[in-house]
Design a protein around this ligand. Structure first.
Ligand code: NAD
Length: 298
């Protein structure tokens, strides 16, 4: 069994660290919040007083932090965890961050002789607790092979998406597609309402026709056709608008720096920004159908 330093014990990182403990690993946790660290100590882990302490004399470091600036701040420089770790320490960053930052940090780790992967997740807090996350992993074949056994303790599906940063890249491409398809489905229902077509009728037709997609058949944004979708629960998340907005902005940043044309991705980011600005950042992202109805009234 390995000794693992875990940095970032929030809504996602906390339950992920608990699953590593349950699997029999020794976990040394660090977070800016003492409460978050205490939960790991109560479950049999140990407390690190700093990120550097969490990365010292361990076999593996897992991080689950808010954004690229936090990851760069923790990993890079003379006071960072790469410099503090022993050679050969395996680094696994599970945060959702911009592709450029992920590649910069992995290049620094590999140059120092520390294998590293980016391994962002989908599956949310429920998936983190149940150990059923999907990991999209970027890095060398050797780094992926080293990381996979640990990821299996926290998730169900582990996909090697290619070289460094490709985990982040795959995640934001998928979530950009999801944001666009959700708005498309919402627009179709909003138009159908104006034209006098029942929700269930459009669902029955489109769910077996060329308009079929996950946003319609699994996550239907109007109540009724898919009883488990958040539309039936007053648009409680699910997947919150501000999380979708974060991923859409990361996709726009990546499109800008790589020179890809993503006009619908840009439109989706602008619409979710508008919905968030209207005070709906905590609502489920399928609730944007309500904003479309309001826009029609103006
Ligand atoms: P969170 O805010 O609950 O947790 C982040 C934790 O990082 C906090 O406890 C914070 O104190 C800690 N932190 C910040 N800077 C730190 C530092 N320098 N050193 C140590 N700890 C530090 O956020 P979360 O929901 O757990 O999300 C974490 C990451 O997972 C984000 O990148 C997010 O986009 C991604 N993600 C979240 C979800 C979700 O449903 N919550 C789903 C998929 C991916």
């Amino acid at each position: 069994m390995a000794t693992i330093g875990f940095i970032g014990l929030g809504n996602m990182g906390g339950p992920m660290a608990l699953n590593l403990l349950k699997a029999g690993h020794a976990v040394k946790g660090f977070d800016l919040s003492d409460e978050a660290v205490q939960r790991i100590v109560d479950a049999g882990g140990s407390k690190a007083d700093s990120a550097v302490a969490a990365a010292t004399d361990v076999d593996v470091v897992v991080s689950m932090l808010p954004a690229g600036r936090h990851v760069k701040g923790v990993y890079l420089g003379d006071a960072g965890i790469i410099a503090a770790s022993r050679p050969g320490t395996l680094f696994i960053d599970c945060s959702t961050i911009d592709v450029d930052s992920a590649r910069e940090v992995i290049a620094a780790a590999e140059a120092a002789g520390r294998p590293m992967v980016d391994a962002p997740v989908s599956g949310g807090v429920g998936g983190a607790a149940a150990g059923t996350l999907t990991f999209m992993v970027g890095g060398t074949g050797a780094a992926f092979a080293a990381a996979e056994p640990y990821l299996q303790k926290m998730g169900k599906k582990i996909v090697h998406a290619g070289g460094a940063g490709n985990g982040q890249a795959a995640k934001i491409c998928n979530n950009m597609l999801l944001g666009i398809s959700m708005i498309g489905v919402c627009e179709a229902f909003a138009l159908a309402e104006k034209l006098g077509v029942e929700h269930q009728t459009l669902f029955d037709i489109s769910s077996t026709a060329s308009g079929q997609c996950w946003s319609l058949t699994t996550y239907c944004p109007v109540p009724g056709p898919v009883p488990t979708s958040p539309a039936n629960n007053d648009y409680k998340p699910g997947f919150a608008v501000d999380m979708m907005l974060k991923d859409l902005k990361l996709a726009q940043d990546a499109a800008g720096s790589s020179g890809a044309a993503t006009p619908l991705g840009a439109a989706a980011a602008a619409l979710y920004q508008q919905y968030s600005d209207a005070g709906q950042g905590g609502a489920d992202f399928s609730g944007i159908v309500r904003m479309l109805r309001e826009m029609a009234g103006k």
